[in-house]
Design a protein around this ligand. Structure first.
Ligand code: SIN
Ligand code: CO
Length: 386
């Protein structure tokens, strides 16, 4: 939890979000580091988990992609190094909990929590990111140096795989202790260097679709829709003086065909819900080995009325008419009205859902829960694992 006296979300959104960096000195009511270095190292060695190792030799830093061989840590020597593990929140609920205080920003804007571990002097080097990030110091100390805004023309070092700044000019410098947070808006130059060993930093990273991604995804979706009959027609065609002219009327008709289809805001909302909750192609399939039937779910709810979200699953909804909502989970669409909509809203707001006796009797709710359980998006709380 964040202490409201030390961090005010409204002031932050008004003065800093997407505007300028902010150092927030330990705003937590009771900070403790949610993950041990060796647990992180274990994740870095697991297949299906995205990890990187950056070592600093005499010359340029070198990058290795995970999964790292377990004995890699024994061969690292004394030179500074850092390991970075992506989407740790998907695997460690205590790390997923770090996102909770920042949920005044909508879930669909949140990407993941990346966790880094560095030895004395380790870091990824001076760079800029395209997205906002809260850099939470978990363990040990890190010196952050912050520079100005960068763009596509900012000179980079000649490196095959790391986008490091060729000419970093720091204007601010901070030393972060456990619990301190540095907020960085997109495209600000920054460089974090571990001061002493066992430095862990949690990057709560956001995402924002680029225009290219939106146009690409939305038009691909439109093209995939059946409707080849939806073709240019011109009844009432007027005879043309010059047959070589593409007339203004023909152009206007075709342009209208496109803009009408592209301008369908309801279809866009549905597509965006699917798009923004879809797992990345590399992500793990969490569906259980044995599928549940609606009867299994109804029976299990008698003993386990509490359901918990898979921390790796993305939930979002779009409000419809009246009480209805369209729920999106991991790229799947669930139309919800009445009872089902209450459960859907609740699942989007909270990480756990207690099913009432009334909800457990509603077939539409049971069907929704069965679908979510079978896709691995939720699980019964307290159910013995097999
Ligand atoms: C780190 O944790 O070392 C890197 C985080 C960042 O600069 O984005
Ligand atoms: Co960065």
């Amino acid at each position: 939890m964040l202490d409201p006296a030390r961090f005010d979300a409204q002031t932050f959104l008004r003065d800093y979000w997407q505007k300028k960096p902010l150092l927030i000195r330990n705003p937590w009511t009771d900070w403790h580091n949610p993950l041990e270095p060796d647990e992180l190292a274990g994740l870095g060695c697991e297949p299906g988990v995205e990890s990187r190792l950056i070592t600093h030799g005499a010359d340029m830093p070198a990058l290795e992609h995970g999964p790292l061989p377990e004995d890699r840590f024994d061969t690292l020597g004394k030179a500074p190094w850092t390991m970075l593990v992506q989407a740790v929140d998907h695997h460690v609920p205590a790390v997923a909990d770090l996102i909770q205080p920042f949920r005044f920003i909508p879930d669909w804007r949140i990407d993941d929590v990346m966790v880094s571990y560095a030895t004395d002097g380790g870091g990824v080097g001076a760079h800029f990111d395209q997205y906002d990030v809260f850099l939470v110091q978990g363990l040990g100390r890190r010196r952050w140096r912050v520079g100005g805004l960068c763009d596509d023309t900012t000179p980079l070092m000649p490196h095959d795989s790391l986008r490091l700044l060729a000419d970093f000019q720091p204007v601010e410098e901070y030393v972060l202790e456990p619990g301190d947070i540095l907020y960085m808006p997109p495209r600000y130059a920054h460089e974090g260097t571990a001061l002493g060993h066992d430095c862990m930093t949690y990057s709560i990273g956001f995402r924002a679709p680029s225009l290219g991604e939106l146009v690409d995804g939305w038009t691909e979706h439109l093209v995939d829709q059946p409707g080849d009959d939806d073709r240019y027609t011109d009844p009432g065609l007027a005879a043309q003086d010059n047959p070589g002219e593409i007339s203004e009327a023909a152009l206007a008709r075709m342009h209208r065909m496109i803009t009408e289809r592209m301008g369908d805001t309801q279809a866009f909302a549905r597509w965006f819900g699917e798009f923004s909750t879809s797992p990345k192609p590399s992500e793990i399939d969490w569906s259980p080995e044995e599928q549940f039937s609606p009867e299994d779910v109804q029976a299990a709810l008698d003993h386990f009325p509490m359901l918990v979200r898979n921390p790796a699953s993305r939930f979002a909804f779009v409000a419809g008419e009246g009480d209805a909502v369209t729920l999106f989970v991991d790229g799947q669409v669930y139309e919800c009205d009445q009872h089902r909509a209450d459960a859907a809203r609740s699942l989007c707001a909270n990480r756990a859902l207690s099913i009432s006796a009334e909800q457990a009797r509603a077939d539409s709710v049971i069907d929704l829960l069965t679908g979510l359980l079978n896709n691995g998006c939720i699980a019964f709380e307290g159910e013995p694992e097999d």
